[in-house]
Design a protein around this ligand. Structure first.
Ligand SMILES: Nc1ncnc2c1ncn2[C@@H]1O[C@H](COP(=O)(O)OP(=O)(O)OP(=O)(O)O)[C@@H](O)[C@H]1O
Ligand SMILES: [Mg+2]
Length: 326
């Protein structure tokens, strides 16, 4: 449904997208996972015909983005990273205008607006001005706008960033519905958890390049499974904790000198956690924290690239370290 070949986008010295090729079959949900500045939005803009690549081609539903951008636009619904809704109109008016842009008859535009409002739980707020909406409501309205045209291909740029956990779950459920009805979805995210939840296949990008590809399980497998992480009270105990965890884990022990914690991949999460607690307690080491987590994007990055996910500065020269997020 989406076929991308060798797409490259330069912004001066910055290669925002660097020779990316992707094939997304019909009815697949593809997660595009990467940290800030990885090139996700730039690639999305190319596919949505909002930005011309410096090199490469993309074909959406059989239509070339350069040769036939209008045909591409008629197939896709795009919800950008920042909600593009009009503050001075009501939610309903915003959606009806989108219908008018698609040149739907008035009654049909109204029907689809109602339907989108209903599906995104905005019916009660439909006749309020958007400027009275919360951030999450705007986000949902923006998604609703991307659905009015009944697109076969839905492109969502960080659809749940900034949403509260409940709204995020609602949105996930809603996206699953759309997919069961046959939509093809390209979704960008910074959260491995979100890609894991929704995507059939995940493409990891960093500095504009694809660095890994696979299902969530395959990617997590590269980290070696769940991670037990221990944070000793005293820095002086880091080495002893490392030695103890080495006997429990199934992979390489990692010591984070900044966060002052030690982590190791494990097989049986609960059993490993209990063992770690016992061993550390018997050694008389005091802990600030001990836990077991599913691997995060940071862990996957570390496993794949050997370095933490980095963020490019706006001028693209010096990468600076991103704080680990858990
Ligand atoms: N219009 C532009 N002019 C110059 N540089 C740009 C422009 N748009 C993006 N960039 C640069 O291209 C790189 C990729 O940016 P992009 O917005 O695609 O990243 P992203 O993966 O969407 O990040 P985020 O998670 O923060 O949204 C960054 O280094 C960014 O500074
Ligand atoms: Mg972006």
């Amino acid at each position: 449904m989406i076929s991308i070949r060798g797409v490259t986008v330069d912004f001066g010295a910055v290669k925002a997208v660097d020779d990316v090729s992707l094939e997304i079959p019909r009815n697949e949900v593809r997660g595009l996972l990467g940290p800030n500045g990885a090139g996700k939005t730039t690639l999305v803009k190319v596919i949505a015909t909002l930005l011309r690549p410096n090199a490469g081609t993309a074909v959406v539903g059989g239509h070339d983005i350069a040769a036939d951008p209008n045909a591409v636009r008629s197939m896709i619904g795009l919800a950008g990273q920042y909600a593009a809704v009009d503050d001075l109109l009501t939610g309903r008016e915003n959606l009806e205008i989108v219908g008018a842009l698609y040149q739907l008859p008035k009654a049909e535009a109204k029907r689809r607006a109602d339907e989108a409002l209903e599906r995104l739980s905005l019916t009660d707020a439909a006749d309020r001005l958007v400027r009275t909406y919360s951030g999450g409501m705007r986000r949902r309205l923006d998604l609703g706008a991307s659905l009015v045209g009944r697109p076969e291909v839905l492109i969502l740029d960080e659809p749940t960033t900034g949403l509260d956990p409940r709204t995020r779950l609602d949105l996930w459920a809603f996206l699953r519905d759309l997919v069961s009805e046959g939509a093809t979805v390209l979704l960008t995210t910074q959260y491995l958890e979100e890609a894991d939840e929704l995507a059939d296949q995940i493409t990891v990008i960093d500095h504009g390049r694809i660095i890994a590809d696979g299902t969530a399980d395959e990617l997590k497998g590269r980290v070696g499974g769940d991670l037990v992480t221990a944070t000793p009270k005293r820095r002086a105990d880091l080495d002893r904790v490392r030695d103890l965890l080495a006997t429990i884990g199934t992979g390489t022990v990692r010591v984070d000198e900044t966060e002052l914690h030690v982590s190791v991949p494990v097989d049986q999460r609960v059993e490993a956690l209990v063992k770690a607690a016992q061993a550390i307690d018997q050694a008389g080491i005091e802990l600030l924290d001990l836990g077991v987590q599913r691997p995060s994007l940071d862990d996957v990055f570390l496993a794949i690239t050997g370095h933490a996910a980095e963020e490019l500065t706006p001028n693209g020269d010096k990468p600076r370290k991103r704080r680990a997020r858990r």
